[in-house]
Design a protein around this ligand. Structure first.
Ligand SMILES: *Cc1c(COP(=O)(O)O)cnc(C)c1O
Length: 372
């Protein structure tokens, strides 16, 4: 149940078991084209889209080094472990981040973003996050996109955990660069990062002295004309990822978003019925995080869930280490998973001395699902 990596569908697992074949071949080109096209659909974009061998952070690094030169200023919307990473990457390359920083669990105020950009016209790019996986907050990327669009800055979004789970209309929302990872809502194996690049972002890229070699997106653009990658294509991974993404497309994106929203609502209802406090008033529908009662040791809770019930949740990160748990409802997770996990949490809380009326969570979740 962790918000990445997630379980991989059987069809895709079987693709991973096939013999490895060479990557400069017509069949590799066909695979490349199909996977890129499917991902463009999931990302709601007609922009160029590239496949990088690496985890999601590879796309984040490429999204910094290709669009900001050493010494240039970027605005980082920072409110959690993953959004902080934008600033860390920038600093590693001598790029100057300025921060609009909020307490974890809060959501950015669009008017404030507007003011900061007006006061800092030398900001070349704004870095945001669609679902802040460390806190469970869903940010108003659509609203922020409108503001950034009116400026010369480009808008870069970390959609690593959100794309394939919640609405992300890259082109309509003015997202110039989108970063995604294979191992979250897209149900691929870990190891492929995805990045999309708009015309506005290309214009900035051309003026940028890029501190990149492996992640130099100009190389990827040149190779894309031949339907290939500059370095060895992770064909097995791509074949599996393509099959998984096609499952989402067959279901229909809007149906996927609706299903994830229903699972999220039921999860929130169930946790609240157990008297657990959610980490935010602005929850994403991709995943949910809740505070662990102070009387309960986080490690014992997680271990009991894993050993007794086979349920793996993710713990807190940074300042919230030992204080929260996080669970996904994207990918292959369904109603029965959510119900079962809520019940397992309820039984474990009771076993550890935090009294919850048995059945409270299941009842609330069932009511939330409603009559089908
Ligand atoms: C998982 C995640 C990342 C990091 O991805 P890796 O694949 O571990 O590099 C970055 N941002 C968000 C929002 C994430 O959920």
């Amino acid at each position: 149940m962790t918000p990445g990596p997630t379980q991989v569908p059987q069809k895709s697992l079987l693709a991973l078991a096939k013999q490895v074949t060479h990557h400069r071949t017509p069949d590799a080109a066909e695979l490349y084209k199909n996977v890129v096209t499917a991902l463009q659909q999931v990302c709601c974009t007609k922009n160029d889209l590239f496949l990088l061998t690496g985890s999601g952070t590879a796309a984040m690094e490429a999204a910094v080094t290709n669009f900001a030169s050493r010494g240039e200023k970027i605005l980082v919307l920072s409110s959690g472990k993953f959004s902080e990473r934008w600033g860390e990457i920038a600093k590693a390359f001598g790029i100057t981040p300025i921060f609009y920083e909020l307490a974890w669990g809060e959501r950015f105020d669009n008017e404030e973003v507007k003011k900061i950009l007006a006061a800092n016209p030398d900001v070349v790019a704004v870095y945001g996050t669609l679902c802040e996986t460390s806190t469970g907050v869903g940010h108003d990327v659509q609203g922020i996109g409108k503001i950034v669009k009116e400026t010369d800055a480009i808008f870069v979004v970390d959609g690593i955990s959100a794309v394939g789970s919640v609405e992300c209309r890259t082109d309509d929302w003015g997202i110039d660069v989108l970063a995604v990872g294979s191992q979250k809502a897209l149900m691929g194996a870990p190891g492929t990062a995805i990045i999309s690049v708009s015309e506005k972002a290309w214009r900035k890229c051309e003026k940028t002295s890029r501190q990149a070699f492996y992640f130099d997106l100009v190389k990827y653009k040149k190779n894309a004309a031949d339907l290939t990658t500059p370095f060895t294509t992770p064909k097995s991974q791509l074949e599996a990822l393509g099959l998984s993404v096609n499952l989402l497309l067959e279901e229909g994106l809007e149906n996927v978003w609706r299903r994830n929203a229903q699972l999220a609502a039921a999860t929130r209802a169930g946790l609240t019925a157990m008297r657990l406090r959610l980490t935010t008033k602005f929850p994403s529908d991709a995943m949910t995080a809740a505070f662990i009662p102070e009387t309960i040791d986080a490690g014992t809770l997680m271990k009991t869930l894993e050993n007794r019930y086979g349920v793996k949740l993710a713990g807190g990160q940074g300042d919230w280490k030992g204080k929260i748990f996080r669970m996904a409802h994207f990918g292959m997770i369904d109603e029965c998973d959510v119900l079962g996990v809520l019940c397992a949490i309820e039984m474990t809380l009771n076993a550890l001395g935090f009294a919850v009326p048995l059945g409270a969570a299941a009842r609330a979740a069932e009511q939330s699902f409603g009559v089908l």
